[in-house]
Design a protein around this ligand. Structure first.
Ligand code: DGL
Length: 263
């Protein structure tokens, strides 16, 4: 039965688990297969062609494993490759993009900040959304260079990471932003540290919960929702070390499997 097949997710590494957590919380009976392409992280510094090729490789793998839907749990892959993936593959595909629209609609200071990868900020899809939603406000775009490798290596509580966050948020604070959009699925893991750094009037937003709601509605629309209430199979594959993945998924460890995979 198609409904019991897994939802396939991929990211350049461990970051998309922040999206998986939202999806699993909303859809706790869905089987899932997550690919952490950590061997090729970061995607954010790669060319558009490289990002497209990696996204196709990951999607092909997930489709071979019979996934009923694909969630591109990576802003960089979404903004550079999603239209090509949708042309090429015949399954519903959901992506994640920086949540500029809600930030632009809610800002009171007329100034918002966006932290994302170079690949996302330079993409045509991001420029199109920015042009549409941020015409009347000012936007401070900052490339979070170096953040993804630190998160991939489990270095969340290091002086090096804190220093980078101070450096990247300083121009935003100076520009009186009241919203900080996290435009990379790795970055929700930075929220505890960002909260200690940012002034209280800055609200952080990411797209994880919205992607989970969209996943649910697309499953419903395509009659793909798993109605069985049995314990789901929650599989995580990485083509690098399992250590960081295990650490970020610690609270789920009794119910998931994490393995090395060749993809
Ligand atoms: N997690 C990714 C994103 O959402 C990719 C970051 C990277 O690999 O550079 O953009």
């Amino acid at each position: 039965m198609l409904q019991t097949k897994p939802i396939g997710l991929f990211d350049s590494g461990v970051g998309g688990t922040s999206i998986w957590k939202e999806i699993h919380a909303l859809l706790p009976y869905e089987n899932t297969l997550y690919l952490a392409d950590s061997k090729h992280a970061p995607y954010g510094t790669k060319s558009e062609d490289e990002i497209i090729a990696l996204s196709i490789k990951n999607t092909e793998f997930l489709i071979k494993r019979k996934c009923k839907m694909i969630v591109v749990a990576c802003n960089t892959a979404t903004t550079n490759a999603i239209s090509i993936l949708r042309e090429k593959f015949d399954v519903p595909i959901i992506g994640i993009e920086p949540a500029i629209k809600p930030a632009a609609l809610q800002t009171k200071t007329g100034s918002i900040g966006i932290l994302a990868t170079k690949g996302t900020l330079s993409s045509a899809l991001f420029h199109k959304a920015a042009a549409e939603f941020t015409k009347d406000i000012s936007v401070v775009e900052i490339i979070g260079e170096g953040l993804v490798p630190l998160i991939e290596n489990g270095k969340l509580n290091t002086p090096e990471l804190t220093a980078l966050l101070f450096k990247y948020t300083k121009p935003m604070v100076a520009a009186s932003v009241d919203y900080l959009v996290l435009g990379c699925s790795h970055y929700p893991y930075l929220i505890p540290k960002l909260l200690t750094i940012l002034p209280d009037n800055i609200t952080i937003i990411d797209s994880g919960a919205a992607v989970a709601r969209q996943t649910k509605s697309l499953l419903e629309k395509n009659d793909l929702l798993n109605i069985s209430e049995s314990k789901p199979e929650l599989e995580f594959l990485t083509n690098s070390d399992t250590a960081t993945l295990s650490k970020l998924l610690e609270e789920y460890k009794a119910n998931i499997t994490i393995r090395l995979g060749d993809f």
